[in-house]
Design a protein around this ligand. Sequence first.
Ligand code: NAD
Ligand code: MG
Length: 392
Amino acid sequence: MNGVCVLGSTGSIGVSTLDVIRLNKNDYTVVALTANRNLERLFDQCVEFKPTYAVLSDQTLAEKFRKKIEHSDASETIVLSDLGALELVAQLPEVSIVVAAIVGAAGLLPTLAAAQSGKKLLLANKESLVISGDLLMTAVKENGAILLPVDSEHNALFQCMPDNYISGQSAEGIRRLVLTASGGPFLNMSLAELQNVSVEQACAHPNWSMGRKISVDSATMMNKGLEVIEASYLFNVSANLIDVLVHPQSIIHSMVDYIDGSVLAQLGNPDMKTPIAHALAWPKRHSSGVSPLDLIVNNQLTFEAASFEKFPCLRLAYEALENRGTAPAILNAANEVAVDAFLSKKLGFTEIPTLIEKVVNSSAIMAADSIDTVLHADTETRVLAQRYLERV
Ligand code: NAD
Ligand code: MG
């Protein structure tokens, strides 16, 4: 039995992870589940999976949650909410698999903690790799952790790597990595039309059902930008060898182009349960609950170039990756503030890249040589971005 800790169990990835675990009950014991504020969903998950620990990060809700749990079928579950609780459950000796599915920089420290205790780490929280790529990859290597990407593109690339590939190594014979991108809900809109899009339109992704932050990131294509950075650290490949190819049907999840002319791709219906099941079961396979791919039904696979003019976030991400150091952490923090402001209707859609670029251009890039430096860059950038936001 594999002991599992799901960080961010109430989110889109967390729920899909528990769906896959439910299908393969005999292989897993759920040891810990965590949420930020979604008390009701965390409660239902505790009653079903009876974890040893549940973390509710919002301290004001934790007492209410504790009372609710005490009088339920999950009364044995220990409720934690103090600072450090996420790191604690990510490092428990009875946990062998940690699913990092918290959104944003909030996921960084628990993800790092899992790497430091040598867990099998299933990474959905791409922001932690963007913010602290070298530090996280070093922690994985030095502590014998196994890093398996859950992000669909990176999971696809991992599956197309040579046999026995280990994340962070540079594989031989690769010409390029090709990340596919759906292009999001606004692919066919003009720049002028983009000015007036609403939060609801931005969150309605054509192919994937996801949390709100990553949905907005997909609409601006910052998601693909963050993924280019993620791929660079995961596969030890420089920015100039990573291409983005728009493929609106999201059937091919990414490709590895080898020097002998072979191009290996991973295909499947667009459902995160496939990469989650792959990473959970790795190096074996088990079911995911995803319906088989029918290429007669999905018989139109099309491709086009990504536009840096229409989606400046993509350009900003490539620039941050070229600059390295704290540049990706600065980019990420500025983006988190901008997306939050857009979601709360304080910023227009096309103002997201404008705000990020202003912040990035007025921030000093340092060497990302310690987690403190990176966290400092994150905090400073948020302050600066808020200041610019007040002037919009
Ligand atoms: P979501 O918003 O649906 O869920 C986020 C989870 O994180 C929730 O459980 C929430 O309670 C928790 N959380 C949020 N803020 C927190 C905080 N401050 N402290 C502790 N917990 C907190 O997000 P999602 O769509 O599931 O995405 C999760 C991560 O996976 C993101 O990094 C995203 O980029 C990545 N990802 C998601 C998808 C997808 O299809 N949803 C695909 C690829 C990668
Ligand atoms: Mg992705």
